[in-house]
Design a protein around this ligand. Sequence first.
Ligand SMILES: Cc1ncc(COP(=O)(O)O)c(C=O)c1O
Length: 508
Amino acid sequence: METFSLQAKNYQMNDGFRYVEDHLYCEEISVCDLLNSKVSENNITSPVYVYSKRQMETNINEYKTAIKKTGRVIQLNYSVKANMNPAILKIMKDHGLSLTLVSGLELQLALELGFEPNTIVLNGNGKLDWEVDLACRSGVLVNVDSMFNLRQTIRVCQMRGYVAQVLLRINPDINPGVHSYVSTGHHTSKFGIPSEELYDVLEMASASENIRVIGLHCHIGSTIRDAEKFRHSTQTLVDLYRELRDRFPAMNILNLGGGLGIPYKEQIAVPEEIKQRINYECDQCREPEKVKLYQDLLNHRITLRSFFNMLHSYPDGEKLAMKLRQHLPTEVLVSSPEDLVNIVSNILPSDTTAILEPGRSLVGNSAIFLSRVLGTKFTKTKNYIVLDGSMTEVIRPCLYGAYHHIDLAEPNHVNASFQSPFLWDVVGPVCESSDFLGKDRQFVTPNEGCCMAVFDTGAYCSSMSSNYNMRVRPAELLVDGNKVNVIRKCETLENLMHCYGDWNTETS
Ligand SMILES: Cc1ncc(COP(=O)(O)O)c(C=O)c1O
């Protein structure tokens, strides 16, 4: 349960989002102004996704800086399934990233956008012949996922006279300790070549003239909070690489997958034990800069993550950070891209090129989903805030009980009788009891029409959205400083009915 505060919110959430006197800003723009057409002539209505370009760039640079420091060759492939908006793909391209894909249409999009084919990876445990054909014809790297996928690749390539550039996706039998729906590296998973098939796959791959094995791949899951999990999977790939190097002399790529989580729960109130310790440190400290850092945390001006990042820059900060971390709930502790890069780079052989293919950690915290309150409802056991946004736009809570921080995006002026906070389930209008965005959240009663933000919705929200209940998928806006671009228009009835032929002509 989150704690309640009557103070006006004035703090930085990350590089993209901050509160100024209870108004949520994306970069230089108050997000509610986006809906009031003050900054956009496009008549944007709620709900809407709002992305911060700056935050995306911060995430990209975190990876790139960490990679540069290691001096190793590590290629970054953005995993398109997290969010396929072409405007986002263009940002990735401008920053030198390539792509990892999971379907033929994603591949067509990537080629249209001019990504270099021989750095793109096509993944998938069930590919269609035309998808394999397009990938092999274009020189894209194909992750072979099973014996049947290898047979299929050989068949397609034999027919066309291609040689497929293949990465063998290994199932390393590792449990990354995440929700079973996003766990992909355990021996029970449908992904990757199971150990039972590996021998036969290696035999067939080395015997085929149409297959050129250039590397190995594994992806153990998503929302992984502890980068140490990647040590085991990387070591498994490296061991196998050393074993197979002589057999496949062209092999020099180790694709370590994606999967690093983001701290969805980082906005929780600072635990009391940490506050006490920081108060003590504040009293003892004679360095004004550090005192300001402590006060910023105590006054909720910066997030826990920013606090720890800054604390690390002080020579004695590491020790204090270690002590404080003991008081953090485990779900707040998420390894950084730098942790991940450092762990894997220490294991990689110097003669290999590594690929990392993050999705969530590049775009997850770069967006909010903005909705308006349609109304509130009180029952004997539950109170509901009903928003105009729903599970059709943010399905993660309903799909795997995922947590998204939710808060008001503008001041909510309520009369005295409504000022004490209640516990609410935040739900949408979809005709389904699983339609919720958050449970047991504490707010004062929000006014009808008030804007609320669901945070960290840049990954696996828009890309997993649907038209269930004939709901239109909302607009998407990209904020860059004080500029805003509509990077996806809101759908219309015509868009939804497009594939139904003459649906609106009368039948005789
Ligand atoms: C093969 C592969 N690579 C990369 C990713 C990206 O994962 P994440 O968005 O968790 O970084 C996925 C997603 O599950 C995947 O299946």
